[in-house]
Design a protein around this ligand. Structure first.
Ligand code: PEP
Ligand code: MN
Length: 356
């Protein structure tokens, strides 16, 4: 029997979803679920039944048969279950087997045809649906998927941030691009926002750090891969951890609240925020003054047929700033991005003048 109702789990913070990347055997599924359910924190069990693999010839999931194992998970542990669905047929089979929550994987969110097919198959049902970000860093596709699922009448929609594909080796398997996730969270502040450190990290040693970062940013929960025997997992072995390791990881996370309920704390923060607002106003005024000078220079360059881009001058600006920034406690990376944005805006202003 389930310990809570699905609505309770949906409204609980943090929402913790854990389980293997893939269901492999009945024993592996049941043992993992049993070990996970010993923690009160975990309410939802995940497992991939149909696995979207980047290249053929790899383990593609057990398929329908594993749905019976998940039914046993519910009966034996009281955990709710969630799986990825990528086609209408998979939705049908999942619903037939009483899977509690469905999720759209990142390779599905990227494809409006697939999302629409799933949305049509979901019409009339009231299962909650989680939507992972698309593999590529395009939040419009993510928004589009939310809209399609919402238009199908699904009331409980949640978002999962699993990072974005990036070419070449990076620290992460999928670059978190936190700014995109923050923008999505801003737009859909009412929807549960869940981090998937397993697919962002791709390796065990950075999972805790990614999970903590997400909680620091006010995420509502975590979806994480756990396996009784991670090294032998048939998919995503490097990023899976044992249920015991997961229990420790969850105990070590410092859970934070986005809401400030204490009036004193709120007053102190508000005062500092006012200062920030004044500084932001000043920054904008300075930028506007800077842009007026840029325009004057633009007119002058136009009159004398001088190019907008003066590579030496641009190098000089960067060098001057890089010399100063560290003393001011600003990272080089930030200053380069900041100046680059200002420079591109200046070029646009001058280009407009030249082409007029
Ligand atoms: C998964 O959760 O195992 C999975 C395939 O995830 P994603 O869609 O994020 O790649
Ligand atoms: Mn996986």
């Amino acid at each position: 029997m389930q310990k809570k109702t699905i609505a309770e789990v949906w409204n609980k913070r943090p929402i913790i979803i854990a389980g293997p990347c893939s269901a492999e055997t009945e024993e592996q599924v049941l043992q993992t679920a049993q070990q996970l359910s010993s923690s009160n924190n975990i309410d939802i069990f995940r497992a991939g039944i149909w696995k979207p693999r980047t290249r053929p010839g790899q383990f593609e999931g057990i398929g329908k048969e594993a749905l019976l194992w998940l039914k046993k998970v519910k009966e034996q542990t009281g955990l709710f279950t969630t799986i990825e669905v990528a086609t209408a047929k998979q939705v049908e089979e999942a619903l037939e087997h009483n899977i509690d929550i469905l999720w759209l994987g990142s390779r599905t969110t990227v494809n409006p045809f697939s999302v629409q097919e799933i949305a049509d198959a979901l019409k009339g049902c009231n299962q909650p649906v989680l939507i992972k970000n698309p593999i590529n860093p395009d939040i419009d596709l993510w928004i589009g998927a939310v809209e399609r699922i919402a238009n199908a009448g699904i009331k409980q929609i949640g978002l999962i941030h699993r990072g974005f594909s990036a070419y070449g080796n990076t620290t992460y398997r999928n670059s978190p691009m936190w700014h995109l996730a923050i923008e999505m969270k801003r737009r859909y502040f009412n929807l549960p926002f869940i981090c998937d450190p397993s697919h962002i990290g791709g390796r065990r040693d950075i999972l805790a750090n990614i999970a903590q970062t997400s909680i620091n940013l006010g995420y509502d929960g975590i979806m994480i891969e756990a396996h009784i025997n991670p090294d032998d997992a048939l998919s995503d072995a490097q990023q899976q951890i044992t249920p015991t390791t997961l229990h420790t990881l969850l105990q070590q996370i410092i859970w934070r609240n986005e809401k400030i309920d204490n009036a004193d704390i709120s007053y102190i923060i508000e005062k500092m925020r006012l200062q920030i607002n004044h500084l932001d106003d000043e920054l904008m005024e300075i930028l506007s003054t800077r842009m007026k000078i840029v325009e004057e220079i633009g007119n002058y360059k136009k009159q004398h047929d001088i190019t907008i881009l003066q590579t030496n001058r641009w190098n000089e600006i960067l060098e001057r700033a890089l010399l100063k920034c560290e003393k001011l406690g600003l990272s080089k990376e930030f200053i380069i991005k900041y100046l680059d944005a200002i420079h591109m805006e200046s070029i646009q202003h001058q280009n407009k003048i030249m082409n007029n």
